[in-house]
Design a protein around this ligand. Sequence first.
Ligand SMILES: CC(C)(COP(=O)(O)OP(=O)(O)OC[C@H]1O[C@@H](n2cnc3c(N)ncnc32)[C@H](O)[C@@H]1OP(=O)(O)O)[C@@H](O)C(=O)NCCC(=O)NCCS
Length: 157
Amino acid sequence: MSKPSSIRLRPVELGDLRTIYEYQLDPAANAMAVANPRSEEDFFSHWTKSISNPEIVARVIVADGVVVGHVSVFMMNGRDTVGYWIDRAYWGLGIASAGLGLLLEEVKMRPLYAMAARSNAASARVLEKCGFVLTGYEWAEATERFPACEEAVFRLG
Ligand SMILES: CC(C)(COP(=O)(O)OP(=O)(O)OC[C@H]1O[C@@H](n2cnc3c(N)ncnc32)[C@H](O)[C@@H]1OP(=O)(O)O)[C@@H](O)C(=O)NCCC(=O)NCCS
């Protein structure tokens, strides 16, 4: 697959949720992110609330007209935090870096934080390319959504 010639963001709509649900099931992506996929019921309940919450900025990443991932800003543990996920079929094409870059132009609030499993080198690289700085590591206990792991904490601004 070649690099897309156009990458843009738009708000996540209800009609995108099935696509996003499918790629969050991918075992390789979950292994990378050190995450557990959400069940269909949890996924739709979580995302239906998220897209109607004015305090959450949730965008799909559209590459050459195709929804290939999402990027968002949400409050977690008192920090404005960014998150992103790209369909594995489109990894390695610069899409996460470009999508996060576009979100950072749209959302001016700083500081922003990101948490990534320490083992998630690709995510660390995306953050570094977008100007985030590694501030340290935190141990995160297991939750239903995430197995226990050491997390790298990144900050921008
Ligand atoms: C992490 C993820 C978002 C990256 O998306 P992507 O569109 O492939 O990212 P990009 O192409 O913009 O950039 C990836 C960078 O990481 C690098 N990279 C990829 N795999 C790597 C690895 N195993 N070790 C080190 N760097 C790696 C790439 O070379 C690239 O850097 P470069 O531009 O300097 O060459 C994607 O793999 C994903 O969705 N993973 C599953 C979900 C996830 O981990 N989300 C983040 C949770 S914190």
